[in-house]
Design a protein around this ligand. Structure first.
Ligand code: URP
Ligand code: ZN
Ligand code: ZN
Length: 465
């Protein structure tokens, strides 16, 4: 058999098995997996490497205006960071502008990504307001390949929707075959706690966490589940941080409801203690939901093992600490008032390396690693079997992991634009030797390759989950 590229001598790791095999690639697809011979074919040496399907990060915010700032990473730098971190597909959030059509917002995000993204990409649609006349547009968004809508129970005045609006969006989504993604925090309660803290002169970054209690997340998660059950629509809880919220998801799944949830590395590897860092450093970790007290992460790891959580994505939403990088304001906006710190942190580049390091500590198996970082997000988000597996017919999105070569995470060497890294100085037991997107090398021999932005929009199938 003739291939364009033969990946030879590695260990293939899938969501179910690990085995030695070669992978033949033709026209950007996996053509064969097995004991393969190279005939006039370029060979990529994979000896000693674990080969996993390219990471799928279904929660990124590239080129997003938010809280008076704009994220540091656009689709060019964000997708480069993704590729360097072994992520070959992202699903980003397109935003409807208040009073405007959903399709306008979606069109804007297509323009932001086109001819800029190195990795393949899809979109969720953030619904900001939904007059009845716009409901039918939701069907069009699904038909055009973006069958998931993010709604917010938090951020009053920016993104928050009331229960009636959420319920109408859910009823329409049940009909059009899409899925609801929910930011589940009780925004009304949080708003009062924030105002009270500010009035008491509590202005430091740590008050961001202290005004967003776990119960506000658990209550909203419970409410989102109840609303979705009444509407009969699948639900995906985004960036779940609190063990108590996870318990709501677990109970819903035990009752057979189509409820899924993702957590993110920051909730597995960082904690509330990071807000106590001096000199405004806590602002680096201001995100919503916030980091939780130590001990909570053990509950999430347990949930990942037991499938109470199905996905690890990043919520990559990067802002610089210093103002003025690329002319953009950053976290300094909240120097005197924690509630003005743009919420979010970078993560797309470090997700796979942090989790692979955790595999070596036995936190999850290597097969579960593949499941939560690639296969399951592909299935839930309608990308499977094109993405998320290593088998003939799938896109040749592959990562060759070298577990013997350490990486020290640092803003000095990362490819994202943020001027800090939340994991600065952390050493992980892996490096990515090669990363292929549809058979093209974007990382070769541990180094990024200068490639044109050949990332493609991937139309997602509705209701795969
Ligand atoms: O703090 C966060 N998570 N920023 C991004 C917006 C969102 O809610 O996902
Ligand atoms: Zn959110
Ligand atoms: Zn987000």
């Amino acid at each position: 058999m003739k291939f364009d590229l033969l990946v030879k001598g590695g260990t293939v790791v899938t969501a179910s098995d690990s085995y030695k095999a070669d992978i033949g690639i033709r026209a950007g697809k996996i053509a064969a997996v097995g004991d393969l011979e190279a005939k006039e074919t370029e060979v990529l040496d994979a000896k000693g490497m674990s080969i996993v399907p390219g990471g799928i990060d279904v929660h990124t915010h590239f080129d997003m205006p938010f809280m008076g700032a704009t994220t540091a990473d656009d689709f060019a730098s964000g997708s480069l960071a993704a590729a360097c971190g072994g992520t070959t597909t992202v699903v980003d959030f397109a935003i409807q502008e208040r009073g405007k059509s959903l399709l306008d917002g979606l069109g804007k995000w297509h323009k932001k990504a086109q001819a800029k993204s190195i990795v393949d990409y899809g979109f969720h649609m953030i619904v900001v307001d939904l007059p009845e006349k716009l409901e039918k547009e939701m069907d069009k968004v699904v038909d055009e390949g973006s069958p998931s809508f993010k709604l917010f129970m938090a951020y009053p005045g920016i993104f928050m929707s009331d229960d009636a609006t959420i319920f109408r969006a859910m009823l329409r989504t049940k009909e059009n075959g899409g899925m609801i993604c929910m930011h589940a925090e009780n925004g009304g309660v949080i708003d009062i706690l924030v105002k009270k803290a500010l009035a008491e002169g509590k202005l430091d970054p740590k008050y961001h966490a202290l005004t967003r209690p776990m119960t506000a997340e658990a209550e909203a998660t419970n409410r989102a589940i109840a609303l979705s059950e009444m509407a009969g629509v699948p639900l995906y809880i985004v960036h779940l941080s609190a063990g108590d919220a996870m318990d709501q998801v677990r109970a819903a799944r035990q009752r057979g409801l189509p409820v899924h949830a993702e957590t993110c590395p920051q909730y597995l590897f960082l904690s509330y203690d990071d807000y106590e860092r001096p000199n405004f450093e806590g602002a680096k970790f201001v995100m919503s939901p916030p980091l939780r007290p130590k001990g909570n992460e053990d509950r999430l790891w347990n949930g990942l093992k037991n499938d109470w959580l199905q996905v690890v994505s990043t919520d990559h939403c990067s802002f610089c600490m210093k103002d003025g990088v690329d002319g953009k304001p950053g976290k300094m906006l909240g120097r005197k008032d924690f509630s003005k710190i743009p919420n979010g942190a970078p993560g797309v580049e470090t997700r796979l390396m942090l989790l692979w390091d955790a595999v070596q500590d036995g936190k999850i198996s290597e097969n579960r690693f593949v499941e939560v970082t690639s296969t399951r997000p592909a299935k839930i988000m309608g990308l499977y079997p094109r993405k998320g597996l290593i088998a003939p017919g799938a896109d040749a999105d592959l990562v060759l992991i070298d577990s013997k070569k350490k990486t020290v995470i640092s803003a000095k060497t990362h490819h994202a634009k943020a001027d800090y890294n939340p994991y600065e100085g952390r050493s992980v037991r892996c490096s990515f030797k090669d990363v292929l997107i549809r058979g093209r090398k974007v990382i070769a021999d541990y180094k990024p390759v200068a490639v044109p932005p050949h990332g493609r929009f991937v139309k997602r199938d509705p209701r795969m989950n």
